[in-house]
Design a protein around this ligand. Structure first.
Ligand code: ATP
Ligand code: MG
Length: 326
């Protein structure tokens, strides 16, 4: 589906609403107040669709200063983000360039969300690991202050190591699943020899014990997957430092589309793919390649300022103007 209209018409707003309505949160707004119409105190997204041939209705209510509320088929969900477990949506927005350009923490966060979608049973691992590191750090600080004994640290070290091992395994498995389609999609979009990899190994108990003096000084656990990185390279060079703007964009796009390729064959229905402003910085050949990839099977919504930017005939074209969609 193509959404087109001039700058400021509301295309990204509409895409954002699709994301909020299917995932329970916005890919761009930092607070709900940003999503509620100026001058109003509440907003609502109601979506009707089919998932694995079964009709569904999702409803998310946003109110300034109140928690988001969501219903799926009339039933209240414990939290709006529970929608993520029911409906799958992948999104590219220009902000996502931070996945390539930004700090390792942004790549880790992106990978952990992918990991949750690719293997839902392991979705809680990143949070469990972070909680264990937090507890161990608190224990390190008590030890430094003399209010705890080294023996009290031991169980935390063991727990951190066990969860670190499981997390690195899960992350590596997610990367291994995405690596081939990533290289393939990036190649089709003109970014040759692109490589996706995981950079880090889980720490052992003896490694953490060996660095105890340093960790006590800082009150922080100084090794583990909370410090690892995702490797993104093309033609042997790190894209973060050496990629052009367009190449970095293609890499992020390839990450999203590679995951869509994988998810398409997993679960009961393909994910919804939202691509905001992807066409603007791609040359003609790359637009053509993108159009071929997105017609492979996921329902995809693409925004553009001009309908002609998409070199393919979309199944549906919506013209977006301020306050109206035709
Ligand atoms: N909370 C809000 N209430 C009302 N209007 C808002 C709110 N937040 C943003 N807007 C306005 O919505 C308009 C449309 O924004 P949107 O980002 O969807 O445009 P767009 O069609 O994607 O434009 P572009 O082609 O430049 O990306 C903007 O003019 C913006 O000021
Ligand atoms: Mg926009």
């Amino acid at each position: 589906m193509l959404l087109h209209g001039p700058n400021g018409a509301g295309k990204t707003n509409l895409l954002e609403a699709l994301h909020v309505g299917t995932q329970g949160f916005s890919p761009r707004a930092r607070s709900d107040a940003q999503m509620v119409r100026f001058g109003a105190t509440a907003g609502r997204v109601t979506l009707r669709g089919t998932n694995a041939d079964t009709p569904f209705e999702a409803d998310v209510v946003l109110a300034t200063g109140d928690a988001r509320r969501a219903r799926l088929n009339g039933e209240r969900l414990a939290s709006a983000e529970r929608l993520r477990h029911e409906l799958r949506t992948l999104v590219f927005t220009p902000d996502r360039l931070a996945v390539v350009k930004g700090a390792p923490a942004t790549r880790r966060a992106y990978l952990d969300r992918s990991l949750g979608r690719l293997s839902p049973a392991r979705a809680a691992l990143p949070v469990e690991y972070a909680a264990a590191v937090g507890q161990r750090n608190a224990c390190l600080r008590r030890l430094r202050a003399g209010s705890s004994s080294p023996a009290a640290l031991e169980p935390w070290t063991e727990r951190v190591v066990a969860l670190a091992t499981a997390l690195v395994l899960a992350r590596s498995a997610a990367i291994a699943t995405l690596a081939e389609p990533f290289t393939e999609v990036a190649g089709a979009l003109g970014l040759d020899s692109a490589i996706l990899g995981y950079d880090g190994v889980p720490p052992s108990v003896s490694e953490l014990n060996a660095r105890l003096e340093r960790d006590l000084d800082r009150g922080l656990t100084g090794a583990g997957p909370h410090l690892h990185d995702v490797k993104l390279e093309a033609r042997g060079h790190e894209l973060r430092s050496f990629g052009s703007q367009g190449e970095q964009r293609i890499a992020v796009l390839a990450l999203v589309l590679a995951e869509a390729e994988v998810l398409r064959f997993r679960g009961s229905s393909p994910p919804l793919v939202l691509l905001d402003d992807v066409l603007s910085e791609l040359d003609g050949d790359r637009r053509q390649a993108l159009a071929a990839i997105v017609s492979r099977g996921c329902q995809t919504v693409i925004t553009a300022t001009a309908a002609a930017a998409l070199p393919a005939e979309p199944a549906q074209t919506l013209t977006v103007g301020p306050g109206v969609v035709r």
